[in-house]
Design a protein around this ligand. Structure first.
Ligand SMILES: [Cu+2]
Length: 216
């Protein structure tokens, strides 16, 4: 019996010993799962740092390169609506041949800028009026080949001066309307086939001036 019980107890002691070593091992060493997650955290941190560094580099690039488009922060809808209404109001104040435009340098600042007019629309040609002693659209820009027509609308006796007519005369003699009298349906057309800037005036009223800019 003695040898039997001795033989029987020995493996139990070994097993208890092995289990104890096992427990100690588990307490002292982090589990593979913990190891893994630590490593993952480390990688995530590195990625985060890389992303932040990239963002900083991009910001620096934007400051250094003014040609890069500036992304405006999104405005609340009400503010956006007010701005649009303001633009629409100002648009109505732009003279003929100009439109409200912003520049890339000042995307929030709008000013009336020349647009290029060309044949087409209601009359086919581009129509300007002479009224109350002045050229009513003193500066326009047209595409090469455009017909510009001046309509005499001034019905004031003496046409704002001492003669009852106005005249459209290019300063270098490129065109001359002759007398456009206050009475009758008087108008004058000229086709601009050359690129350039053409200044014209009214000889009896030299303070009446205008410019036609012709572009390709
Ligand atoms: Cu005149």
């Amino acid at each position: 019996m003695e040898s039997k019980s001795g033989n029987f107890n020995f493996p139990i002691i070994i097993i208890i010993f092995a289990v104890a070593i096992g427990i100690l091992f588990l307490i002292n060493y982090p589990s593979p799962v913990e190891l893994n997650s630590d490593q993952q955290n480390g990688e995530e941190d590195e990625q985060q740092i890389e992303v932040e560094e990239e963002q900083i580099e991009q910001e620096i690039e934007i400051i250094e390169n003014p040609d890069m488009p500036v992304i405006e922060p999104e405005l609340p809808q009400v503010v956006e609506q007010i701005i649009q209404e303001e633009i629409a109001d100002q648009m109505n104040d732009c003279p003929f041949g100009k439109e409200l435009r912003s520049t890339p340098e000042n995307p929030m600042t709008y000013t009336c800028k020349l647009i290029t007019l060309e044949n087409g629309g209601q009359f086919g040609d581009v129509r300007l009026s002479i009224n109350e002693g002045k050229f009513e659209q003193p500066e326009i820009q047209v595409k090469k080949g455009t017909t510009v027509t001046w309509i005499m609308r001034d019905k004031t006796a003496g046409a704002g001066g001492d003669v009852p007519y106005h005249q459209v005369t290019e300063e270098n003699g490129l065109f001359d309307s002759g007398f456009l009298f206050v009475s009758g349906d008087n108008k004058f057309s000229f086709v601009f086939d050359e690129v350039g800037e053409f200044k014209y005036f009214c000889p009896p009223h030299p303070w009446m001036e205008g410019t036609i800019i012709v572009v390709e």
